[in-house]
Design a protein around this ligand. Structure first.
Ligand code: G3P
Length: 227
């Protein structure tokens, strides 16, 4: 599996127009530039339909899917298998994002499938309890994201510092080597500085960069928050 070191910025392009098709390629190139300049790993989470296009257009940037379906290769229609995202060039996937949640048993099944394929997994959790549950399943990273803050510009590290701290403690009590990230509402350097102070080893974000008039400039500012 590709090793993703921390601290890390995982940028979720979601289905925003600004992160789709050729726009996804331009955004990925901005991620690659800032990663090269700053030395902070940046991972692009793109729509399945854009994986091959984006991977073909960047050099070293790591690209992951936003979701994988727990279905086997075979008689299934309209799903996204781990095998397919890997063959498109993705090195892993988000699992259980607040906007595409799965039952715990399916999350467990997907993590096993991903491990068998050497695919990276970052599993999202909306509460500290859920973060502990998914941490026990052996993902590569866990990210807490309170859904009510997603897209608001009110960062989880400012609005819910105790949540971030408790998730870091809970995850590291289960596996001290398992990186705990946080996301939702993150838009600026101060949000990153506070997340780091609370023990987070990376951030998962979307609108603060994807909807910005200067995605590259915002990414540069966020990366500086880890120094
Ligand atoms: O996956 C990260 C995303 O859900 C956070 O959204 O727009 O608040 O950064 P946003």
């Amino acid at each position: 599996m590709v090793n993703i070191s921390t601290p890390v910025i995982i940028l979720n392009f979601k289905t925003y127009r600004q992160g789709t098709g050729e726009n996804a390629v331009e955004l990925a190139k901005a991620c690659e530039l800032v990663e090269q300049e700053s030395g902070i790993p940046i991972v692009a989470a793109v729509q399945a339909a854009d994986i091959y296009r984006v991977v073909s257009s960047v050099d070293k940037l790591k690209v992951i899917a936003q979701h994988m379906d727990p279905v086997e290769p075979g008689k299934n229609t309209g799903f996204i298998t781990p095998e397919a995202i890997q063959q498109a060039g993705a090195i892993g996937s988000i699992i259980n994002h607040a906007e595409h949640q799965l039952p715990l048993e399916k999350i467990s099944e997907l993590i096993k499938r991903a491990k068998a394929l050497d695919l990276f997994t970052v599993v999202c959790a909306d509460t500290a309890r859920k973060a502990g549950e998914v941490a026990r399943l052996g993902p590569d990273m866990v990210s807490v994201e309170p859904p009510e803050l997603i897209g608001t510009g009110i960062s989880v590290s400012k609005a819910k510092p105790d949540l971030v701290r408790s998730v870091v403690e809970k995850v590291h009590a289960i596996n001290p080597e398992l990186p705990a990230l946080c996301g939702a509402g993150i838009t600026e350097k101060e949000d990153v500085i506070r997340a780091v102070q609370q023990g987070a080893q990376g951030i998962l974000l979307a609108s603060g960069v994807v909807l910005s008039k200067d995605p590259e400039g915002v990414l540069r500012e966020l990366a500086a928050g880890f120094r």
